[in-house]
Design a protein. Structure first.
Length: 147
């Protein structure tokens, strides 16, 4: 079986060679571009049918289907990221994380937002002062239990 890293490298090469967008790749499997991108980067897995569609669409070797279906180990570098876009998201959580926690818990109670029962959308809003990035994070609220 291919490793997640080997498959990610293969997908990135194929994407570039075929001049594909994440939106086009996701449309081929009828799923969210954000989720399919995370699968292709090794951070999530697909069920059998969309995995097979993705393998076919990208022309990947048959063993790639098993790798796409394999449950990932979600590990990332714990150091402060240096890529400017990723750093800005890190900075947003650093600056507004406690604020978000306070506001969410004031509205919902003591708990967390699920990253499992979760969806995310990335959109572009054209603006004469500079185009805007719209992030929509939609996670189920999970209250802490008392016992």
């Amino acid at each position: 079986m291919l490793s997640k890293l080997e498959l990610t490298e293969m997908i990135m090469v194929t994407k570039a060679e075929k001049s594909l967008s994440w939106e086009a790749i996701a449309a081929a499997v009828n799923m969210s571009p954000v989720f399919v991108t995370s699968v292709c980067l090794g951070m999530n897995s697909l069920k059998e049918e969309p995995a097979a569609k993705l393998v076919e669409f990208l022309g990947l070797p048959a063993q790639a289907k098993d790798t796409l279906m394999a449950f990932p180990t979600k590990v990332w570098d714990q150091a402060v990221p240096t890529d400017p876009l990723i750093y800005r998201l890190y900075e947003i959580v650093g600056v507004y994380g406690e604020t978000l926690k306070e506001v969410i818990q004031e509205k919902f109670g003591d708990g967390i937002m699920s990253a499992i029962d979760f969806s995310m959308e990335v959109d572009k809003e054209e603006n004469p002062k500079g185009d805007r990035v719209l992030l929509n994070l939609n996670g189920k609220f999970l209250p802490y239990k008392s016992w």
